[in-house]
Write a protein that binds this ligand. Structure first.
Ligand code: PLP
Length: 387
């Protein structure tokens, strides 16, 4: 027996090694502060869990879902976009329900591209974008996200050949891993480029609910003409601490939505209807839980950044997401620095080069432990006298 070439094509999981190292250290009895991963630490708000419990007792939810998701959840996505972003979305043609957004991000190259066609990806970027590249056997070029450009791609650096060849482009703000946010002007440039060069845009809005300093992250769909060129992926994993529930949706361009729905018609029946009912409740009901979550992350961000600054580590505060993107100490690569912190300080961070070539020189720190643990992590790092 052998694996298909398609499977062999898939990238190796860079962070599997980190997970292994952390697991081994913990098994040895070491008190590791794990800031390396991106799994929300808070529970799902109670009213959402209750909505699931109630829906699960209704036998109607025990049947197959409609293939393309329930009308209730699609309407909730529409209500959410109207209320949060003042964007009008048609529930019948402009919403696709998905088992989390990872699946949509992997499906789109399969659904919209032919082998060897070109897509454009941010570097550094969310590693799972490369799973879609591998499965669909497409090519990709990267768009560097540099500190001097506020971690936004510089479209003037794209060549005419790249603009002509590219079929699909992925963007992600608030950004994993850099914590940067986008501006309306940047999204306007994106729409102009997409129209001029006929590139379909996917804006991964995974951290859309998490913006700091009272600045609400901009939705790509708030930009005039965005729906003509792209879709936005929204997950409930982060905004409502529902990562384990696997629920998200895409909204926007009807052709792209149809591409997702068509491929999903062949791959899945949609989500457990009770999960869809609870997701609708999350989107429709009181959003105080989201405000509280953002305050919690902002408090942690401030604790981390203040502690780093106090030891002479010159770092930038992230504007959104639940990650901080910190430069490594002089003389180290990202991997050497991450290894040092784990080996000598029992602090696990993700080496920046795992997110792409332009991640070299940084480590990603998750704001997913409490303020005391974050401060303790910096105290332990301080003892290494690196800064
Ligand atoms: N996009 C980004 C940038 C992420 O960080 C994640 C999860 O970590 C996802 C998408 C996928 O989220 P989900 O599949 O839970 O919707």
């Amino acid at each position: 027996m052998d694996f298909s070439n398609r499977l062999k094509n898939l990238p190796t999981q860079f962070f599997a090694t980190l997970v292994q190292k952390v697991t081994t250290a913990i098994a040895e009895g070491r008190d590791v502060i794990n800031l390396g991963q991106g799994n929300p630490d808070q529970p799902t708000p109670e009213h959402i869990v209750k909505a699931l419990q109630e829906a699960a007792t209704n036998p109607q939810t025990h049947k197959y879902s409609p293939f393309r998701g329930t009308n209730e959840l699609k309407q909730a996505a529409v209500n959410f976009y109207k209320r949060e972003y003042n964007v009008d979305v048609d529930p019948n043609t402009e919403v696709a329900i998905m088992f989390g957004t990872k699946i949509g991000l992997v499906e789109l190259p399969l659904a919209m591209m032919n082998e060897n066609e070109l897509m454009l990806l941010p570097d550094p970027g969310y590693p799972d974008y490369l799973s879609g590249v591998g499965l669909a056997s497409v090519k990709y070029d990267t768009m560097p996200l540099l500190a001097k450009n506020n971690f936004l791609p510089d479209y003037t650096a794209l060549t005419d050949e790249q603009k002509q060849a590219a079929k699909l482009m992925y963007l992600n703000y608030p950004n994993n891993p850099t914590g940067a946010t986008a501006t309306k002007e940047f999204f306007e440039e994106t729409v102009a480029l997409a129209k001029e060069s006929n590139i379909a845009v996917v804006h991964d809005f995974a951290y859309g609910g998490i913006g700091f300093d009272d600045v609400k992250p901009v939705s790509f769909l708030q930009i005039a003409g965005a729906k003509e060129v792209g879709v936005e992926m929204y997950t409930l994993s982060k905004t409502y601490n529902m990562a384990g529930w696997r629920v998200g949706f895409a909204v926007g361009n009807p052709k792209m939505i149809e591409a997702i729905n068509l491929i999903q018609d062949h791959l899945f029946v949609s989500l457990f209807p009770a999960v869809q009912a609870a997701a609708a409740a999350a989107l429709n009901e009181d959003q105080q839980c989201v405000d509280e979550l953002v305050s919690l992350y902002e408090g942690r961000r401030n604790a981390l950044i203040d502690a780093c600054t106090a030891i002479g580590w010159h770092v930038q505060a992230p504007k959104g997401s639940f990650f901080a993107w910190l430069p490594v100490a002089e003389g180290y690569t990202s991997e050497e620095f991450a290894d040092l912190l784990l080996d000598k300080a029992d602090v696990a961070v993700a080496a920046g080069n795992g997110f792409g070539t332009y991640g070299e020189g940084y480590v990603r720190v998750g704001l997913l432990v409490n303020e005391e643990r974050l401060k303790e992590a910096v105290d332990r790092i301080a003892k290494l006298n690196l800064f």
